[in-house]
Design a protein around this ligand. Structure first.
Ligand code: NAD
Length: 278
């Protein structure tokens, strides 16, 4: 069996068009991006987010602070954006320089402007199965699964990785959709024994090539969240050529999950804006 590939670029383009059409029908949402320091990868990500936001007809508010900024300076900037009625969503680009307390700063973002879904308020709502703003990468994966009509209710889903950004919220999203969920991590004893039970396998471990054919049940849907840059190009956590021979559906890297993250950020910003309208 050769897996059908999931076209994340096409689905992301569809989401972006949907968002742009809805933006055109009302007041322009505003997305504030906050970048602290000079991390080159973060600069690239923030630039892409700002461009996508403007392309969707939204207003961009970019705040750039030096790598030497104090906790209080970042805190005050976030407080100003929290108060600003033109700002519907606030994105604090992570990771922050090591001297800053990221959790304390995330706590400064009001739950209704938390378009990354990272505040305890939104994470708690998700854990309780209540509505709220969802982290963009897991929300993008949910949309990919729906676009490809992958049944979630009653499915056996295995998530590899328990980060606050990807693995944990992914597990909760799948649970909310009535999947039976196993969450694996670095202390899991027999990873392959767990992953082979999966109808849906979502891999977000950040380890290049961690998952091979021995980890995959024939016909399973495999979603690769990992992004690793080498001289040969971008790769994921999944050994693509061998897993392609056994999976039913598979996301490529690049062109799978990656494009969905920004698309869902736009969708979240629109959602946040419309809920804030009087
Ligand atoms: P992280 O480092 O915060 O978390 C990694 C998780 O994997 C941890 O919970 C750890 O317990 C688990 N893990 C590590 N080794 C393991 C092993 N051998 N077996 C099982 N579990 C193991 O990473 P993250 O922020 O969740 O990101 C994961 C990957 O996804 C990275 O490659 C990152 O670049 C990528 N990523 C991609 C997107 C996207 O838009 N495509 C978004 C976010 C992250």
């Amino acid at each position: 069996m050769t897996a059908e590939l999931i076209d994340g670029k096409a689905v992301a383009a569809k989401v972006r068009q949907e968002v742009a059409a809805k933006v055109a029908g009302g007041p322009a949402p505003g997305l504030a991006t906050v970048l602290v320091g000079e991390d080159p990868a973060s600069e690239v990500y923030v630039r892409s987010k700002r461009r996508a936001c403007v392309a969707a007809g939204m207003a961009g508010f970019h705040r750039r602070l030096p790598g030497t900024a104090t906790q209080q300076q970042v805190d005050e900037e976030l407080a100003r954006l929290a108060e600003d009625p033109a700002v519907s969503g606030i994105l604090l680009q992570l990771p922050l320089p090591g001297h800053l307390d990221a959790d304390a700063l995330i706590d400064r973002i009001p739950v209704h402007k938390d378009v990354d879904g990272l505040t305890p308020g939104n994470a708690g709502r998700l854990a309780q199965g209540r509505d709220g703003l969802r982290p963009c990468t897991p929300a993008g994966i949910e949309r990919l699964l729906d676009e490809y009509a992958v049944p979630l209710s009653g499915a056996k889903a295995v998530v590899v990785g328990r980060s606050v950004l990807v693995g944990r919220p992914m597990a909760h999203l799948l649970l909310t959709r009535d999947a039976t969920v196993t969450l694996c991590h670095s202390r899991t004893k027999d990873l392959a024994a767990e992953t082979r039970t999966a109808d849906i396998l979502i891999v977000a471990a950040g380890i290049p090539g961690l998952i091979g054919r021995e980890h995959v049940r024939p016909g399973a849907t495999v979603i690769d969240v990992g992004i690793h840059r080498s001289r040969a190009g971008l790769h994921g956590d999944v050994r693509f050529p061998e897993v392609r021979e056994i999976a039913g559906l598979l996301t490529p890297v690049p062109g799978g999950v990656g494009p969905m993250t920004i698309a869902m950020l736009l969708a979240n910003t629109l959602h946040a804006a419309r809920r804030q309208e009087p």
